[in-house]
Design a protein around this ligand. Structure first.
Ligand code: SAH
Length: 365
């Protein structure tokens, strides 16, 4: 019989396992706490279980763990970027950022990505597989263990499209917020999507209290379809209708990410078009000077500072709450997908990104 991934199991699933195998139900809670509170990664260490039961668990289950392959610490702001190795030899990334209100961890949900956004490093080598709930969760547990600090907010904005791995993300949220586990309030979790409209509606129905962020990046369908293939399936009007529904259903303000790209979407006319579309909506816009990715540098260059400021002024003057994202970890390639690309390149004996040299940051592992 194939072993099961115990860290992805809900408490209810563990309860059924124990009762079906002739053990008292409370064993499930004990094991769940070992895994999610004490964070042991070896059945042998579960000392309130008999040796026989520990052996039985070892026969039927495995415990997911990630290996820290690399840890980059920014000299500018102490942002930490982790490159984690998975059991099948794949890599994912997480980024730990320190804010005045606590630590925020940006985590991955897939190995690679199918969405094909042209400016994004995560998508260049295509999609490999979904992460299991345990692999999503373990990124948080490992960062907490390694840094010795609690993670107070989590953003699903690393490699992958979270709504394309919907069921595993839902199970991850269930485990993360479990009263017997990490107990994180889902109000402290943000999901970022490129706009999978059907799943935005499904998520709204669940009323989990999660903040939804949508990667918009364009004021009209022509520009958006040229850089984000998903827009050909669900256009901006459809995305915005789904966001309005989400805001009404959950009472939560939706955020939009808008990466400003020189000569593509950074002009005053683009700001005005965007303003017309968003006017009156319960929302927030986060402007991001686009992070240049080596393979795409000829197409996507960072917008000039002056255009970023002007863009913000226009949206603000129209009553749209707008911030410009502070770049954290700029010296350690903290943008999603860049480190994983570099690692894959090194294994093939080439450097994919000239910015990835070992300067400007401290490699600690
Ligand atoms: N698939 C999800 C989450 C992962 S991408 C999504 O699309 O939202 C996380 C965020 O980084 C998205 O807003 C994405 O559009 C943005 N992003 C990707 N590449 C970028 C780049 N080169 N510069 C700035 N932002 C980028």
């Amino acid at each position: 019989m194939e072993k099961r991934d115990i860290l992805s199991c809900s408490l209810q699933e563990l309860e059924s396992y124990f009762t079906q195998n002739g053990h008292p139900k409370f064993r499930a809670k004990q094991v769940f706490r070992w895994l999610h509170v004490d964070r042991v990664r070896d059945f042998e260490k579960m000392t309130n279980l008999s040796a026989q039961l520990r052996a039985q668990l070892d026969e039927n289950f495995y415990i997911t763990s990630l290996k820290i392959k690399k840890r980059l610490v920014s000299d500018l702001d102490n942002t930490v970027k982790y490159l984690y190795g998975l059991s099948d030899g794949e890599y994912i990334e997480s980024v730990l950022m320190h804010y005045h209100y606590g630590n925020s961890l940006c985590i991955s949900t897939q190995v690679g990505c199918k969405m094909g956004c042209r400016f994004c490093a995560s998508t260049i080598a295509g999609y490999v597989r979904n992460l299991r709930p345990s692999e999503i969760l373990e990124q948080i547990y490992m960062a907490e263990q390694d840094s010795g600090q609690a993670v107070s907010t989590v953003v699903l904005m690393g490699i992958g499209e979270p709504l394309d791995n919907f069921d595993h993300v839902l199970r991850f949220l269930d485990l993360l917020s479990s009263p017997e586990g990490h107990q994180m309030s889902l109000r402290h979790v943000t999901i970022s999507t490129c706009g999978l409209v059907d799943k935005i509606y499904e998520l709204a129905e669940k009323k989990l209290g999660i903040t939804l962020t949508v990667s918009l990046h364009a004021p009209n369908d022509e520009i958006r379809s040229a850089s984000m293939p998903v827009n050909r399936k669900w256009n901006i009007d459809q995305v915005l209708a789904a966001c309005k529904y989400y805001a009404e259903k959950t009472g939560r303000r939706v955020s939009f990410e808008y990466a400003l790209i020189r000569n593509v979407n950074d002009k005053e006319e683009h700001a005005r078009q965007l303003l017309t579309r968003l006017k009156g909506m319960l929302c927030h816009v986060n402007l991001i000077p686009v992070n240049e990715v080596a393979e795409r540098r000829s197409l996507y260059r960072t917008a000039p500072q002056a255009n970023v400021r002007r863009f913000q002024e226009i949206l603000q003057s129209g009553g749209i709450n707008t911030t410009v994202r502070r770049t954290l970890g700029a010296d350690i390639n903290a943008a999603c997908g860049q480190l994983r690309r570099e690692e894959a390149g090194r294994e093939r004996g080439c450097m994919l990104d000239e910015n990835c040299g070992n300067h400007g940051y401290r490699i600690v592992t």
